[in-house]
Design a protein around this ligand. Structure first.
Ligand code: MSP
Length: 520
C-alpha cells in the first residue's frame, strides 16, 4: 500500500546573518510536524535551506570583503550546522547557488514568459534592500532626514533601472477565486483577511529582474539582468522536488506542498506572488501557507544593533535541546507574536518537563525498580479509574493531537498531551501505590502497570517534540526501535508483564532559577 505523502518547508534563510532564535523557531516547528507525520504513517519530505542571492547578501559579502560565493559558502554552513544541534530531521538542504536551482529558476521563468506574463520595461520606484521588497509611495512614511521608511521599518531607496515585469495585475481575480475555493490556503484565519484586502485593493505588476548588481540567477536570454531574489527564492520549493522535471518521482509525489511555514513578514510573497507565478507556469499552488508570529526578546525587538539576538547554540547549552524545542513551541500560540524571557522558559521547563512528565516517569519507574523486581508489573482487574486513564492515553489522545497538528495549533497539541500527563499525576497521587505496597501488593502492581502503559503512550506521542527525552523513556520501558510508531500506541502493543527493564534514570533535570542561583 502506498503511504500518503506530506511535504513541508521552512523559508530559506538569508545568509547575511548568523542563525538566531527566529530562524530556528520555524525550523523546529516544521520538524515537529514532519516527525509527527512520519510516525503517523506518512511519506514525508521536509525541506529547509539558504537564500543566497540578492542585493542584501551581495552587500553583506562586500562589507565582509569576501567574494560572494565564498561568503555564502561560509554563512550557509552556519545554518546547516545548527540543524543537528536542534535535532532537525530535514530530508534535503537547498542552497539557491546550486546548479539544480538555477536550472529550475530558468525553466520557471521561461514558462511564465511563454504564458505572456513577463515583459520588459523600466522600474522607477522605491526598494528596501533589508526586505528585498518594492514598495508603493503610498505605503511609506517619512523618517529622519527625509528617508522613506517601509511599514516594516526598513529604509527605502529610489531605484530606476530597466527591468522585466511579471503581469501580476492580471492575476488579481484568479487569485481571489483561488482563495475562495481554498479557504484553508492562508492560515491562521486573521492573516487570510490581510492578504485578501491587499489583493482586493488592486495589484501592480511586479518588477522581477534587477540590473544594478550582479549577484543572482541570470535572466534567460538577457544576462545583464539577474532575477529578482524573491522569484529565485520561492522557486526553491520546487527545485528540491526535481523541477523542471515534472515527472520526477518526488515532484509527482510531493507537489503541491502541504505546508509552507513562514514568518508573518513574508506572507505576501508566499500567498500572493508565489501562487500567481505557479499558476502562470501551469503548476498547482501549495495547499497551505501558514504564517507564524515574531519573537521579541525580554520586551524588545530583536536586532543586530541592539545586539540582543538569541543564539540557538546558547539556548541549547543552557537548557538542552529538548527543553529548548519544547519551550519555543509551548510558550506562545503558534501564529501569535511572543516575548522570549529566560524566566518564563525556566518556569515552563520546570513545570512541564521536570515536574510534569519527568517526575511522572521517574516516580513510576523507580517504584517498579524497587517494588516489582525491576520487571513490568502484573496487571490485575481494572478499576474505572484505571480504564479512564488508559483509554485517555491509548484511544483519545492521538486523534485529539492529530486534529490540532493538522491545523498547526502546536501549542494546543501539547496541551492535549499534557492533559494526559496531568491526569496521570493526579491518578498516581489518588492511587498512592507507595501505600498499597503495605496493604495490597497485587493492586499496587496493577496501578504501576497502568502508569507504565500510560507513560509508554505519552513517550511515543511526545517523540516529535522532545525526541531525546522521549527516546530515553522508551529505552527505560524496553521498547525496541521498531515499536515506536503511533500505530503502536494501540493496546495490542502494550507492555508485557514480567519483562525485565533497564535501571531507571532521570530524564528532564530541573533548571535552577536565577533567584535560586543568586541565593545559593
Ligand atoms: N530569505 C527570505 C525567505 C525566502 S523563502 C522563499 C527571508 N529570510 S530571513 O532569514 O530574513 O527570514 C527567515 C524567516 O525567519 C522568516 O520566516 C522570518 O519571519 C523569520 N524570523 C526572523 N526573525 C524573526 C523573529 N524575531 N521571530 C520569529 N521569526 C523571525 O525572509
Amino acid at each position: 500500500m502506498t503511504r500518503p505523502s506530506f511535504y513541508i518547508t521552512t523559508p530559506i534563510y538569508y545568509v547575511n546573518d548568523a542563525p538566531h532564535i527566529g530562524h530556528v523557531y520555524t525550523t523546529v516547528a516544521c520538524d515537529v510536524l514532519a516527525r509527527f507525520k512520519r510516525l503517523d504513517g506518512f511519506d514525508v519530505f521536509f525541506l529547509t535551506g539558504t537564500d543566497e542571492h540578492g542585493q542584501k547578501v551581495h552587500k553583506a559579502a562586500l562589507v565582509a570583503g569576501t567574494d560572494p560565493q565564498a561568503f555564502t559558502d561560509k554563512v550557509s554552513q552556519n545554518f546547516r550546522d545548527i540543524l543537528p544541534i536542534m535535532n532537525i530531521t530535514n530530508n534535503d538542504f537547498i542552497r539557491t547557488t546550486e546548479p539544480r536551482h538555477k536550472a529550475a529558476c530558468a525553466a520557471l521563468w521561461e514558462k511564465m514568459k511563454e504564458n505572456g506574463d513577463i515583459y520588459l520595461d523600466k522600474y522607477a520606484g522605491w526598494y528596501a534592500v533589508r526586505d528585498e521588497a518594492f514598495y508603493g509611495e503610498d505605503e511609506l512614511t517619512d523618517g529622519p532626514g527625509g528617508v522613506k521608511i517601509a511599514p516594516s521599518g526598513a529604509e527605502c531607496a529610489w531605484v530606476e533601472e530597466e527591468s522585466y515585469f511579471f503581469r501580476l495585475s492580471a492575476w488579481g481575480d484568479r487569485l481571489l477565486e483561488f482563495y475562495d475555493k481554498h479557504p484553508d490556503f492562508i492560515q491562521p484565519e486573521s492573516r487570510r483577511n490581510e492578504v485578501l484586502s491587499f489583493v482586493k485593493s488592486g495589484l501592480r505588476d511586479l518588477s522581477v529582474s534587477r540590473t544594478n548588481f550582479p549577484w543572482g540567477v541570470p535572466v534567460p536570454g538577457d544576462e545583464k539582468h539577474v532575477m529578482y531574489v524573491w522569484v529565485d527564492a520561492l522557486t526553491n520549493y520546487i527545485t528540491a522536488l526535481g523541477y523542471p522535471d515534472e515527472r520526477s518521482e518526488n515532484f509527482r509525489k510531493f507537489w503541491p506542498a502541504d505546508f509552507h511555514v513562514v514568518g508573518k513578514d513574508i506572507l505576501r510573497f508566499h500567498a500572493v506572488y508565489w501562487p500567481a507565478f505557479l499558476m502562470s507556469a501551469g503548476l498547482k499552488p501549495p495547499k497551505c501557507v501558514f504564517a507564524h508570529g515574531w519573537w521579541t526578546i525580554e520586551g524588545q525587538k530583536m536586532s543586530k544593533s541592539l545586539g540582543n539576538a538569541i543564539s540557538p547554540h546558547d539556548l541549547v547549552a543552557r537548557y538542552g535541546v529538548d527543553a529548548t524545542r519544547y519551550a519555543l513551541l509551548r510558550e506562545v500560540p503558534f501564529g501569535n507574536d511572543g516575548d522570549f524571557s529566560h524566566g518564563n522558559v525556566t518556569n515552563r521547563i520546570n513545570a512541564d518537563l521536570a515536574n510534569g512528565l519527568g517526575n511522572l516517569a521517574q516516580r513510576t519507574l523507580a517504584q517498579i525498580a524497587k517494588n516489582c523486581g525491576g520487571k513490568v508489573p502484573a496487571c490485575g482487574p481494572l478499576s474505572e479509574a484505571d480504564r479512564a486513564l488508559l483509554d485517555h492515553a491509548r484511544i483519545r489522545m492521538l486523534p485529539a493531537v492529530r486534529i490540532e497538528l493538522d491545523a498547526v495549533r502546536i501549542h494546543k497539541a501539547l496541551e492535549k498531551i499534557w492533559d494526559v500527563i496531568n491526569a496521570a499525576n493526579a491518578y498516581i497521587d489518588a492511587q498512592a501505590p507507595w501505600t498499597l505496597r503495605k496493604t495490597d501488593l497485587a493492586r499496587m502492581e496493577t496501578v504501576l502497570y497502568v502508569l507504565a502503559e500510560t507513560i509508554r503512550c505519552l513517550a511515543l506521542i511526545v517523540q516529535p517534540v522532545i525526541p531525546e527525552g522521549a527516546g530515553k523513556i522508551l529505552d527505560q520501558l524496553g521498547r525496541a526501535q521498531d515499536r515506536r510508531t503511533f500505530a503502536q500506541i494501540d493496546a495490542a502493543y502494550a507492555l508485557e508483564s514480567g519483562t525485565l527493564l533497564p535501571a531507571p534514570q532521570g530524564v528532564f533535570p530541573r533548571i535552577e532559577t536565577d533567584e535560586k542561583k543568586a541565593a545559593g
